[in-house]
Write a protein that binds this ligand. Structure first.
Ligand code: SF4
Length: 607
């Protein structure tokens, strides 16, 4: 068996090659570390990369293994490291490479029958074969919920399996949203890529752009200035503060506490206005630049407004913790054990509320050093997640003060156009955000991997919902996870822009003739009738009027009146008098005036 020493050097990312036959042994050897990500690259020759994180205090860092898997298969790594399962499904959908042994895979990113482009080879089997059995038996039934759930909430489908009130099981489908960000990043310069990374999940805009910028900087061998790094950290802590306020408001909404929700939303609004005062954007877009920060904070605004905004946050939080009806709903709801969180590689407040200590801010090389006090809890329920968020908010305020005192500035570096690979990270409000890039010789991105914390933590949501909860607990658990569907939607191939739209942009023509050609389906689908006046007598017309169920036909003396707007294309008139009526084969009946749709056909005199 091959043994690999975990070569985690504090402050560095260690990358090493693993031959395909050795991969399983290496994964067993590294299984004490947290599997932070797994992804593939290369359409012709596929390379599998595993990112391992060491979360031990004082030894924090990452190990990346690279393995060529040209055979189309690799060992079933999720049997050793369960956190790999979601990525095994993604990799099959995107690269057609699957774990050995025929293990059933869930559909993860692409909807059924999707014809969206992939990052590598398409799977050799039909999409249906990549769907794990979905069984509901006994007295249980599946309650479908979503993907459209309520106004302003992202598309997500829950299959809630229940026997009445208790949640027996929960299937989560996250593939209703498609944006193809990783696909779009190919060929972009790192500077261009930040615009897209910022939109990976807008509520983690700072964290995702920081992670991608850091990955590109590592690939290009660039180190941002200290003051610019502290600017990034100030923005990141402001991002954490407003997200935790938003999660508090969502918890109040899910528990029906409208007064608490209003109090939390007042705090949220004050924090968003503070963001706008400090960096010119309520959601902190545009702060991170390659090699540093594009904007310096308005330190006076932060010093003036942060204490008031945070005291509003604290007032709402203290009131909620003193409200028994609120605390009772959170306690023992949505429990995740430390083992579950560890097996699934969860991150952020969700993992820390179950007793784990993962926090990407502690990885050396950034502006934090050993400063952040990592808040943890052990209960693993919604209340534990809430209290961890509250402690983190207090710590964010303290850290912002320290970074401002140490000095912040805006400065960026244009990255040299060189080839290389790099891994970047940042601790988003939802947990560790990762990015990995491979730059080509021209300095453009050949492959970018984005792994927001949401992509990690959704896999723990199912387990939290199954832990002896009832229907009404689900929104409370979802609020306490505070994840985004957008974070899962970063991978898929892009939707093709319709050709007429592209043509219009190129030629400046915004309208085209419609229809461009006769619709082929008119040959076999029923269409409204066309009349032959020479075969239409009053007697025939009366038969047609009698046969018409919609009232579209009427005889006015020597004229047959035909109202196209009322015709249902049922075909009865053509069947009644085929010599006088035929199918028109014409669908395109739009008119600008209702009166145009009424035709008057003169009738032949009887002889
Ligand atoms: S196709 Fe049907 S609805 Fe239309 S005019 Fe003929 S009988 Fe009436």
């Amino acid at each position: 068996m091959t043994t690999v020493e975990p070569r985690v050097v504090p402050g560095a990312v260690t990358t090493f090659q693993v031959a395909s036959p050795d991969l399983e042994a290496v994964v067993r050897d590294l299984a004490d570390l947290r599997l932070a990500d797994m992804f593939a690259s290369g359409a012709e020759h596929t390379t599998l990369r595993l990112v391992w994180a060491n979360d031990t205090a004082g030894q924090a860092g990452y190990v990346v293994t690279e393995t060529p898997v040209d055979s189309g298969e690799y060992p079933a790594l999720s049997d050793i490291a369960p956190a790999a399962f979601v990525e095994e499904c993604e990799i099959y959908e995107q690269f057609g490479t699957r774990p050995a042994g025929g293990k059933p895979l869930n559909r993860m990113m692409l909807p059924p029958h999707a014809s969206l482009p992939t990052l590598g080879r398409k799977p050799p089997a039909e999409p249906e074969e990549a769907r794990a059995p979905h069984m509901v038996g006994g007295q249980a039934f599946e309650f479908p919920f979503g993907p459209v759930r309520q106004v302003g909430v992202e598309s997500l489908y829950y299959g809630l399996v229940t026997s009445g009130e208790e949640v027996v099981d929960l299937y989560l489908f996250t593939w209703h949203k498609h944006r193809g960000l990783e696909w779009r990043l190919q060929g972009k310069t790192p500077e261009q890529a930040l615009f897209l990374a910022e939109r990976t999940e807008g509520l983690s805009a700072v964290a995702m752009t920081w992670a991608l910028a850091a990955a590109a900087e590592a690939a290009a061998g660039v180190q941002p200035a200290k003051a610019a790094q502290r600017t990034r950290a100030v923005a990141l802590e402001l991002e954490r503060l407003y997200n935790h306020a938003a999660a508090m408001a969502a918890l109040c909404q899910s528990t029906g506490l409208s007064v608490g929700q209003s109090a939390a939303e007042i705090a949220l609004e004050r924090l968003l206005r503070l963001n706008a005062s400090a960096f010119g954007h309520r959601y902190l877009f545009g702060v991170i630049g390659t090699g540093g920060a594009s904007r310096a904070p308005d330190t006076d605004a932060i010093r003036d407004e942060l204490p008031g905004a945070y005291s509003e946050f604290k007032r709402a939080a203290d009131a909620l913790l003193g409200t028994n009806s609120f605390v009772d709903r959170l306690e023992a709801t949505g429990i995740l054990t430390a083992d579950q969180a560890r097996d699934l590689g969860l991150v952020g407040p969700v993992a820390r509320a179950s007793g784990l200590t993962a926090d990407a801010r502690l990885v050396p090389g950034g502006p934090y050093g050993t400063q952040p006090a990592v808040a943890t809890a052990t209960a693993g329920d919604v209340l534990a997640r809430f209290t961890v968020m509250l402690a983190e908010a207090a710590e964010s305020v303290r850290l912002i003060g320290q970074f401002l005192d140490a000095g912040t500035a805006a400065s960026t570096i244009e990255l040299p156009r060189t080839a290389g690979t790099g891994l970047g990270w940042a601790e988003s409000p939802r947990g560790e955000a990762l990015a990995w890039v491979a730059l080509g010789d021209d300095g453009r991105i050949a492959r970018a991997r984005l792994r927001p914390a949401s992509a990690r933590n959704w896999r723990g949501f199912d387990d939290a919902c199954r832990s002896q909860n009832v229907f009404t607990d689900i929104p409370i658990i979802e609020a306490s996870f505070w994840l985004t569907a957008a974070g899962m939607a970063r991978l898929q191939g892009r939707r093709r822009m319709t050709l007429w739209f592209i043509r219009g942009i190129r030629r400046g023509v915004v309208t085209t003739r419609y229809p461009a050609r006769p619709d082929a389906s008119a040959r076999f689908l029923p269409t409204p009738p066309a009349f032959r006046p020479r075969a239409l007598t009053r007697v025939t017309a009366d038969r047609l009027v009698a046969s018409c169920p919609s009232g579209a036909l009427r005889r006015d003396g020597g004229v047959l009146s035909y109202d196209v707007g009322r015709c249902t294309a049922c075909g009865r008139c053509a069947a009644e008098a085929p010599a006088a009526v035929q199918s028109s084969g014409e669908f395109e009946l739009a008119a600008t005036a209702r009166s145009v749709l009424i035709k008057r056909i003169p009738l032949r005199e009887e002889r």
